[in-house]
Design a protein around this ligand. Structure first.
Ligand code: HEM
Length: 439
C-alpha cells in the first residue's frame, strides 16, 4: 500500500487520477489490467484505483473532528510514541517456524511506504515542528538514541489527505488519507501505477523491460538521472516504482525476480493467496471463511463481488497489518550452495546504502541471499521488536543510532485519526479491555 507523505513538491505535482467513464469501450480492459487499477470493476471504475481514498471501518477520531492527530479523551496529548515503544515492547528475537522468505513476501505485497519517504519528503519536521505537515516524535533525553546522538526528535511527516491534494470532493466532514498505489495484487511495485510510470521501464521492443548489464549479467535498470529516484544522497539505485527496491538487499532480491506482467501477476496472486495467506491466518480459517476454496485441478473459482470496494482500510494499513514489523529480523544471511557456509549481515548496515546493489551483484551473492531467505527462520510475531528496528532503523552510515519504526507506527495511527483499540474491539464484537484488569 501506499500512503503519500506530504511535501510541497508533491502537493504541486500530485493529481488524482480520473477513471474512464466507460470501461467497456476499450477492448483492452477485457483482457488486461490497467496500470492504475481503474476498470478492475466495470460498474464502479474507481474502486481500488491508485490515488483513491482509504476506506474506514469506523469514522476517524481526529482531535478537531477534521484532520488533527488523535488526542486523549481529556483533550490533552496522547503519551509520547517513543516512550510507548520503549516501555511496551521487549527486544528479544525468538525464531518462528517459517522461513524469512514468507515474511518478505508479505512485505513486498503489503506496502509501498518508503516510495514516498525518500522521494517526496523534503521536510525535516525536527527543524520545523510547527509546520502543518509535521508531527515529529520527541525523544526522551535519557533514551538510547538521544543520549548518544544528542538528537531531540525523530522526523515524521504527515501523510497526504484529500484536503491537501487536487482530488475530487468526497462530501465527508473529515479529511481522508489517499492511497498512491492500486489496491490489487498487480505487482504495481514493479510495473508502475500509471502508463507514464511504466514507460520508464520498457524497451518498446518484443515486450521487453529495460535492464542493465553488470558483471555480464542482466539486472533491473539502473537510474540514470542523479536527481530522481535515488534521492538526495545520489547513490545507485534501480529505476522501479517502489523505492524499497533499494531499501535493503533482501527486498531488492525479490524485485529482481519479477518480469512478464500478466503471467507474473497470476503467479504472484496464486502464491499470495494459496501459499502465503494460509501461513498467515491458518489454512482452516482461510478455507472455512471462504477466503480460499478447495478446487479440483482444472476448476476455477469465481467469487468476485462487484459491490465490494477493494480500496484498503485505514485501520488495516495504519495499524493492523503493521503487526509484521515486530517480525523484522535484525540480520540476514547469505548461504552458500553447499549450505556449508553462512555469512550474516547486520540489517542497519544496509538501510538505503549505496553498497546494497554492489553486494547483490558480487559473485554468487544474489543466489546466496535467496538461499538465506529460504533457510533463515523468521522472527516470532510477539511483543518484541528487534533492536535494529527499535533503535537503529534507517541508520545512516555516519550515525551510531537511527530511528524507531514502532514509534513511527504509533504516530502514524494518530496521524490517521484511528479510533482506539477498545473502539475496534467493540466493532469486532469483542468486550472492551481495561488497564489493570486485562493487561
Ligand atoms: C524489512 C522489512 C520491512 C521494513 C523495513 C518496513 C518498513 C516500513 C516503513 C518505513 C513504513 C512506513 C512507516 C510510516 O511512515 O508510517 C511501513 C509501512 C507499512 N508496512 Fe512495513 N516494513 C517491512 C516489512 C513489512 C511487512 C512484512 C509487512 C506486512 C506483512 C508490512 C506492512 C506494512 C504496512 C501495511 C504499512 C503501511 C503502508 C501504507 O499505509 O501505505 N511491512 N513499513
Amino acid at each position: 500500500m501506499n500512503e503519500i507523505l506530504l511535501s510541497s513538491k508533491l502537493k504541486e505535482s500530485f493529481q488524482c487520477i480520473t477513471p474512464p467513464s466507460d470501461c467497456a469501450s476499450d477492448p483492452k480492459n477485457f483482457y488486461y489490467r490497467t496500470f492504475d487499477g481503474s476498470c478492475n470493476n466495470f460498474h464502479t471504475p474507481d474502486y481500488g484505483m491508485a490515488t483513491s481514498r482509504y476506506l474506514r471501518m469506523l469514522a476517524p477520531k481526529y482531535s478537531d473532528g477534521v484532520s488533527s492527530p488523535t488526542a486523549s479523551v481529556t483533550g490533552s496529548s496522547l503519551p509520547n510514541a517513543r516512550l510507548l515503544s520503549l516501555s511496551l515492547y521487549g527486544e528479544s528475537s525468538l525464531p518462528d517456524d517459517y522461513r524469512t522468505m514468507a515474511f518478505y513476501n508479505g512485505s513486498i505485497g503489503s506496502s509501498r511506504h518508503d516510495t514516498f519517504l525518500k522521494s517526496n519528503t523534503t521536510e525535516d519536521c525536527c527543524q520545523q515542528p510547527e509546520s502543518n505537515n509535521c508531527y515529529p516524535i520527541f525523544l526522551h533525553p535519557r533514551g538510547p538514541i538521544s543520549q548518544s546522538l544528542s538528537k531531540k526528535c525523530l522526523n515524521f511527516v504527515r501523510s497526504a489527505s484529500d484536503t491537501n491534494t487536487a482530488c475530487r470532493e468526497s462530501g465527508a466532514t473529515y479529511s481522508e488519507k489517499i492511497t498512491m498505489t492500486s489496491a490489487f495484487l498487480d505487482l504495481s511495485f514493479a510495473y508502475g501505477n500509471s502508463i507514464n510510470q511504466n514507460k520508464n521501464f520498457r524497451v518498446f521492443k518484443s515486450g521487453q523491460l529495460k535492464t542493465s548489464l553488470v558483471n555480464n549479467r542482466n539486472w533491473l535498470p539502473l537510474s540514470m538521472d542523479p536527481d530522481s529516484e535515488c534521492g538526495e544522497e545520489n547513490y545507485q539505485c534501480y529505476t522501479l516504482p517502489d523505492m524499497r527496491n533499494q531499501f535493503i538487499p533482501t527486498i531488492a532480491v525479490l524485485h529482481t525476480i519479477i518480469e512478464a506482467r500478466k503471467i507474473n501477476i497470476a503467479q504472484y496472486q496464486k502464491i499470495t493467496f494459496y501459499d502465503w495467506l494460509p501461513l498467515l491466518v491458518g489454512p482452516s480459517y482461510a478455507y472455512n471463511n471462504n477466503i480460499l476454496h478447495r478446487t479440483a485441478t482444472n476448476e476455477y473459482v469465481y467469487d468476485y463481488k462487484p459491490t465490494v470496494n477493494a480500496a484498503p482500510y485505514a485501520e488495516f494499513a495504519a495499524a493492523a497489518f503493521r503487526y509484521s514489523h515486530n517480525q523484522i529480523p535484525g540480520w540476514f544471511s547469505l548461504v552458500s550452495s553447499g549450505r556449508n557456509s553462512n555469512r550474516t549481515l547486520r540489517l542497519s548496515n544496509h538501510f538505503e546504502r549505496p553498497e546494497n546493489l554492489n553486494l547483490l551483484w558480487d559473485g554468487d551473492n544474489f543466489d546466496s541471499l535467496i538461499r538465506g531467505l529460504t533457510t533463515q527462520l523468521q522472527k516470532r510475531p510477539d511483543s518484541n521488536i528487534d533492536k535494529e528496528i527499535k533503535h537503529y532503523f534507517d541508520r545512516k552510515s555516519f550515525e551510531e543510532y537511527g530511528s524507531d519504526l514502532k514509534s513511527i507506527d504509533i504516530q502514524r495511527g494518530r496521524d490517521y485519526g484511528l479510533p482506539s483499540y477498545n473502539d475496534m474491539r467493540v466493532y469486532c464484537g469483542l468486550p472492551e479491555r481495561r488497564i489493570g484488569q486485562d493487561f
